[in-house]
Design a protein around this ligand. Structure first.
Ligand SMILES: [Zn+2]
Length: 123
């Protein structure tokens, strides 16, 4: 499995074992680096992998799949977290707006503080 890919340009590589088919399919023999994983997981690459290298290939495939699903999962977690922060910010904003309103109504700081504390316990 080692050395099956050859750097072609800054952004592309040549898969040595699929070079001919890649050329036939796309009109050029190099593949963009961003397509490395999808190429390795493709039927073309699987078909061209020699039998004695199949085990290595399956291992690599598993590694890529794990990596990709981790990446996806991480993205989802990050999204969940930022949504949570947004929700919290929204609550804080409502609370601060309300405190500002109370101050404008010329309630004393002590009164505002008491109401504020009461509201905080509600949230
Ligand atoms: Zn290939």
């Amino acid at each position: 499995m080692n050395g099956f890919a050859k750097k072609s340009s800054q952004f592309s590589f040549i898969c040595k074992i699929c070079e001919k088919e890649t050329l036939k399919k796309t009109g050029k023999s190099d593949i963009y680096c961003e397509n490395l994983y999808s190429h390795l997981l493709s039927d073309t690459h699987k078909k061209n992998t020699k039998q004695e290298e199949e085990q290595d290939y399956e291992q690599l495939k598993k590694l890529i799949n794990d990596h990709l699903s981790n990446k996806k999962k991480k993205k989802k977690d990050e999204k969940g977290l930022s949504e949570k922060i947004n929700e919290e910010n929204e609550e804080v904003k409502v609370y601060l707006n309300f405190v500002a309103f109370l101050l404008k109504e010329r309630l004393s700081y002590v009164q505002v503080e008491r109401i504020g504390k009461y509201l905080q316990n509600l949230i």
